[in-house]
Design a protein around this ligand. Structure first.
Ligand code: HSE
Length: 412
């Protein structure tokens, strides 16, 4: 029998307890041991829980208990999760977490502590909810030189965009529904402003390319600035707008890494990833493109990934598993303005023909995009591949026109 503790009894933590109880027999068979929840840390009371007698408000009861071999952290946030996880590892406990904020900010340091002490620190649930992605990326695709990862990494914003585009739902209503369904972060601005997707692309890029990418190195734009007009232009162009986290390895070893709403052609494998689903595309030199798809948020899908990590740790007590990456460094992630891609632009004011001609003179041939019912002084066009820095220079020469939207066009 292996005894574990769960820190945090919110959406994910309560899901972990539920799955461990409901599937106890099957889980014991797979782990080769019965897994028993000895303690649950939460400041709230849960008298109705079948595990009501295991609750504690005192972290010391967990960290100082030698019988607890594995600790699950599902509290979220950095404080006090970072301190608690660090202390659990220093006390010789294996840790499983779903906390992407923690791993994106401190993964290098916590992995190093785990490695020194021959412990496992696993976090499959931190990216893609229930989708197996970190293990496949690190193990099944290990033979590849991975050079690109692009994904719809946030279930809440994908749910909101889908409801707005396909059902005409208002932004606030769609977001409120995502919150009720347990998809959104405690502070949903982390979803809407792209920070959650940023943390996830940091974790994916760190694992795939072997060096930590910190959130502050990643240019991040959320979905708040998108309008109905952008959606109409996307349709006229033959595509959809999705919030994408992307990491690309350059030949010089640096990364392009950003989170932005992007324009995807309808033929893209990610274009039909809707609702709370996530889709993650990985490009490797041997495999080509491989896409992982499934529920990216929600209580039980996320709990499924956490419990799988617990089972893995039970099977590898005293034997370190694979996950590791080096500390990050300044300059490792290139300035996003240096990344070259075709861009969709929506310009307002000035003479549309003159705007287009001006841009073509600076950048080369552009493709016009016409949306039905667009104002007469508005023009949509797609540029040839260009860096943001070069585009900014070209835009300075246009008289009277303002940029209402600029969206990268995906090449996947
Ligand atoms: N708020 C997150 C999302 C939860 O919507 O994807 C899963 O990480």
């Amino acid at each position: 029998m292996i005894q574990i503790a769960i820190m945090g009894h919110g959406v994910v933590g309560s899901g972990v307890a539920e799955v461990l109880l409901k599937n106890a027999k099957n889980i014991a068979r797979k782990a080769g041991e019965e897994i028993v929840v000895k303690r649950i840390l939460d400041l709230r009371e849960f008298p109705e829980s079948p595990l009501a007698d295991r609750f504690t408000k005192d972290f010391e009861e967990i960290v100082s208990d030698p019988d607890i071999r594995i600790v699950v952290e599902t509290m979220g946030g950095l404080t006090p999760a970072y301190d608690y996880v660090r202390r659990c590892l220093l006390a010789g406990k294996n840790v499983v977490t779903s906390n992407k904020e923690l791993v994106a900010a401190r993964g290098d340091e916590l992995l190093a502590i785990a490695r020194e002490r021959n412990l496992n620190f696993l976090f499959e649930a931190s990216v893609g909810g229930g989708i197996p992605i970190l293990r496949p990326l690190d193990q099944c695709l290990a033979a590849n030189e991975v050079y690109e990862i692009a994904g719809i990494l946030n279930g809440t914003t994908n749910f909101v965009l889908t409801k707005m585009i396909h059902e005409g739902m208002a932004f606030e209503d769609a977001l409120a529904l995502a919150q009720r369904l347990g998809y959104a972060e405690r502070d949903p601005s982390a979803d809407v402003d792209g920070h959650d997707a940023c943390r996830k692309i940091c974790i994916l890029a760190s694992l795939a390319f072997g060096r930590h990418v910190y959130p502050q190195q990643v240019h991040t734009v959320g979905i708040a600035g998108l309008t109905r007009a952008d959606v109409q232009y996307a349709e006229a162009w033959g595509g959809v707008i999705k919030l994408i986290g992307q990491a690309h390895k350059r030949p010089d070893g640096r990364l392009d890494c950003f989170v932005e709403p992007m324009l995807l052609p309808r033929t893209s494998q990610l274009a039909e990833v809707n609702d709370v689903f996530n889709g993650i595309l990985v490009r490797g030199d041997a495999i080509g493109d491989v896409v992982f798809y499934g529920r990216g948020a929600g209580k039980l899908p996320t709990a499924s990934a956490v419990v799988a990590d617990v089972i893995d740790e039970v099977k590898h007590l005293g034997a370190r598993k694979y996950l590791f990456w080096e500390k990050g460094e300044e300059g490792y992630v290139a300035d996003y303005r240096e990344a070259e891609s075709p861009l969709f632009l929506r310009l307002r004011g000035g003479d549309p023909t003159a705007c287009r001609e001006g841009l073509e003179k600076a950048l080369g041939p552009c493709t016009p995009v016409t949306a039905v019912g667009a104002p007469a002084d508005e023009c949509g066009l797609v540029t040839p591949p260009v860096t943001q820095a070069r585009l900014d220079q070209a835009l300075r020469s246009l008289e009277g026109a303002s940029v209402e939207s600029r969206l990268r066009i995906a090449d996947f």
